[in-house]
Design a binder for this molecule. Structure first.
Ligand code: IPM
Ligand code: MG
Length: 397
């Protein structure tokens, strides 16, 4: 089999971004080696790190490097040291600028609740069973990209953020959501606040109109407040959730929490066909965890998996062969993530563990593929958001 030859722009960013990106790049390197692909990684400064080095969160060279790559892998951006900067100078402005410049108007966030992880979900098992849905968030419009201003001082100060949508912006993302749903369980839940907002009223009219082109897909509309509640009450009812930029930002964090941790969820941001897409875990830069080797890299690794699948069309096979274990893992397939068998040994992946000391996913995979691990592994014991996060990876008989 001859492999593919691709360039990947890597934007490690800030906080835990560089660590989790490093883990994901190692997975991609292993994948390239095992399946004879050639991936060229181009590391580029972005976010706070780029502010420090070049005085801008999105230097021209970074933008050019992203434009010319086949795909982009991003870690995370932001940190308290840049909180005092004006909105348009902060690391987040770099991310918004990149989304705008590359025309990334679709953001896909797959939410899968793995049975093995039901223990870390805040919901009872019977509520999260069979939960597997996708959030399609519009990413290039809405209140994010309208004018932002603040005038006056003290109690005379006023601020304004303009929310705007055109029908064309809604149509293109709606089509993507209907197409995703057509390939899944054929249900779209469109989320808006059409009882209050003009942008949402247009959203609802437009989505209803587009739905006529997809008669095989059932459409329902939910107000965002109700959607937030339904996600907690009956998350398994959803197949594809379609929503605007701001609501999508909020609901996707809520949905991610159902899976046990926001650190497990990847995302894809894309524009039209043929443009480079951007992949990133949806978690933030978690400054309090940075540099301690305790951040779980799975969100970034699953983002790399999405990249292989969506941008390079690689669907790696599973088979009984040992080296195929790697493929199993990178394709995020269920067999490797199952219930911890009774009596299995358990390695804590914290800063004291061999995993952290060796600190490479490559080492982890080698150990697993060499059969050294006969049990489940646990990511835990880290301060901060990972405290209670246990990721059980299955045993290898
Ligand atoms: C996300 C993030 C970003 C957003 C921030 C970092 C600008 O929260 O991708 O969800 O609000 O879109
Ligand atoms: Mg967010």
């Amino acid at each position: 089999m001859s492999g593919v030859r691709k360039t990947i722009a890597v934007l490690p960013g800030d906080g835990i971004g560089p660590e989790v990106t490093h883990a994901a790049v190692q997975i991609l390197e292993d994948c390239a080696k095992s399946f004879e692909h050639k991936f060229e990684f181009r590391e580029l400064a972005f976010g706070g790190a780029a502010i420090e080095k070049f005085g801008s969160p999105l230097p021209a060279e970074t933008l050019a490097g992203c434009r010319s790559a086949d795909a982009i892998l991003l870690g995370a951006i932001g940190g308290p040291q840049w909180d005092g900067l004006a909105l348009d100078k902060r690391p987040e402005a770099g991310l918004l600028g990149l989304r705008k410049a590359l025309g990334l108007y679709i953001n896909l966030r797959p939410i899968r609740l793995r049975p093995a992880l039901s223990g870390i979900s805040p919901l009872r098992r019977e509520r999260i069973d069979d939960c597997d849905f996708e959030i399609v968030r519009e990413l290039a419009g809405d209140i994010y990209f309208g004018e932002h201003s603040q005038t006056g001082e003290g109690s005379n100060a006023r601020a304004r953020d303009v929310a705007e949508y055109s029908a064309a912006e809604i149509e293109r993302v709606a089509r993507y959501a209907f197409e995703r749903a057509a390939g899944r369980n054929r249900r779209v839940a469109s989320v808006d606040k059409a009882n209050v907002l003009a942008t949402s009223a247009l959203w609802r009219q437009t989505v209803t109109r587009i739905a006529r082109d997809y008669p095989e897909v059932t459409l329902e509309h939910l107000y965002v407040d109700n959607a937030a509640m339904q996600l907690l009450l009956r998350p398994a009812q959803f197949d594809v959730i379609l929503t605007g930029n701001l609501f999508g930002d909020i609901l996707s964090d809520e949905a991610a929490a159902l899976s046990g941790s926001i650190g497990l969820i990847p995302s894809l941001s894309r524009g039209g066909d043929g443009q480079p897409a951007l992949y990133e875990p949806i978690h933030g830069s978690a400054p309090s965890l940075a540099g301690k080797d305790v951040a779980c890299p799975l969100g970034a690794i699953f983002s790399a998996v999405l990249l292989l699948r969506e941008s390079f069309g690689l669907r790696l096979k599973r088979s009984g062969l040992k080296r195929q274990w790697i493929a199993c893992w990178i394709t995020d397939s269920a067999p490797l993530i199952s219930r911890r068998p009774a009596g299995a040994c358990c390695a804590a992946l914290n800063s004291q563990s061999t995993f952290a000391r060796n600190c490479t996913t490559r080492w982890f995979i080698r150990s697993v593929t060499a059969g050294e691990f006969k049990g489940s592994l646990t990511f835990c014991a880290a301060p901060g958001s990972w405290q209670s996060c246990r990721v059980a990876l299955a045993s290898f008989p």
